[in-house]
Design a protein around this ligand. Structure first.
Ligand SMILES: NC(=O)c1ccc[n+]([C@@H]2O[C@H](COP(=O)([O-])OP(=O)(O)OC[C@H]3O[C@@H](n4cnc5c(N)ncnc54)[C@H](OP(=O)(O)O)[C@@H]3O)[C@@H](O)[C@H]2O)c1
Length: 277
């Protein structure tokens, strides 16, 4: 790496991305962080971070980001942290196709687009780290979250194939799989729910009451919910370790989920998961 390593961090307006962008900057990284609202871009700049507009659903914004960053670094980039995403709640049978499409545009296709623009840069320089914030819901299904679960499962498959294809190139690909982390993901999800799910006409309308209360209250109240620094800790390992891991599972509930998936028959695992949400 150069003396000052460089990284793109997406979705840095709140939650995990906001924390990680600032923490990496403190640790000496040259951070190129992205957000969507002018006020969020200004807040990042006020923290001394080079900030850019990026919406993963807009290919032009991805191209513009890559061009601007590479112009500043002289065509180099040490690391990419794909993080920006939204979570579309709602039962699969209530989910309009376009809502599922939006979910994949934001959480999968945009990540793919940005990543494949950065891979040639890393190949030229002979090294790089690509870290993706997946979720425990990329490994296990939970009801009412079909769109988000599907997007994170797709991401797992895509990035694990990329990882295998980059073997020996000096470019390492990792996935972070958090369980509950303090952020704005639930309140942001409320907007997506209200925009796309006709909950009052749904056969699931009673179950949605609990979902609505959870989202309006800022997400799950689990005592096992961690702050974004827990993700930053494993992100550092994925960025700096000589042997970055393919998977970083964060929080006790996520670790329990992975263990249960390994040891339980599928039907029993799915019954337990279905009783949770
Ligand atoms: N919090 C958890 O419990 C949890 C658990 C597992 C995985 N994750 C993952 O962690 C990552 C960060 O989420 P978070 O929990 O920190 O939630 P958050 O506070 O809602 O932050 C999400 C970030 O992504 C940005 N974003 C949303 N849609 C985008 C798009 N189309 N293009 C570019 N950026 C977009 C948001 O920008 P705006 O402010 O402009 O909307 C925001 O900066 C996500 O990949 C999420 O799936 C979170």
């Amino acid at each position: 790496m150069d003396t000052q390593p460089s990284i793109i961090v997406t979705g840095a307006s709140s939650g995990i991305g906001a924390y990680c962008a600032r923490a990496l900057k403190e640790e000496g990284w040259r951070v190129f962080a992205t957000a969507r609202k002018p006020a969020d871009i200004a807040a990042l700049e006020a923290a001394g971070i080079e900030a850019f507009y990026l919406d993963y659903r807009e290919p032009d914004s991805i191209a513009a980001l890559v061009e601007a960053v590479l112009a500043r670094t002289g065509g180099r980039l040490d690391a990419l942290y794909n993080n920006g995403a939204h979570a579309q709640p709602g039962a699969v049978e209530d989910l309009p196709v376009d809502a599922l499409r939006q979910q994949f545009e934001a959480n999968v296709f945009g990540w793919h687009d940005l990543t494949r623009r950065i891979v040639p840069v890393m190949r030229r320089q002979g090294h790089g780290r690509i870290v993706n914030c997946s979720s425990i819901l990329g490994l296990t299904p939970v009801k009412w979250r079909g769109a988000y679960v599907a997007s994170k499962h797709a991401l797992e498959g895509l990035m694990l194939c990329l990882r295998a294809e980059l073997d020996g190139s000096g470019i390492h690909v990792s996935l972070i799989e958090p369980g509950p982390i303090e952020s704005r993901i639930a309140p942001n999800g409320l907007d997506w729910f209200l925009a796309n799910i006709d909950h009052e006409k749904s056969v699931h309308r009673q179950a949605y009451e609990a979902q609505l209360a959870r989202m309006r209250g800022g997400g799950s109240k689990s005592r096992l919910k961690l702050k974004p620094d827990a993700v930053h800790r494993v992100l550092r390992h994925a960025l700096l370790s000589r042997r970055p891991r393919p998977h970083y599972v964060v929080t006790v509930p996520a670790k329990v989920g992975v263990i249960l998936k390994r040891i339980l028959p599928a039907s029993l695992l799915y019954r337990i998961l279905a009783s949770q949400a």
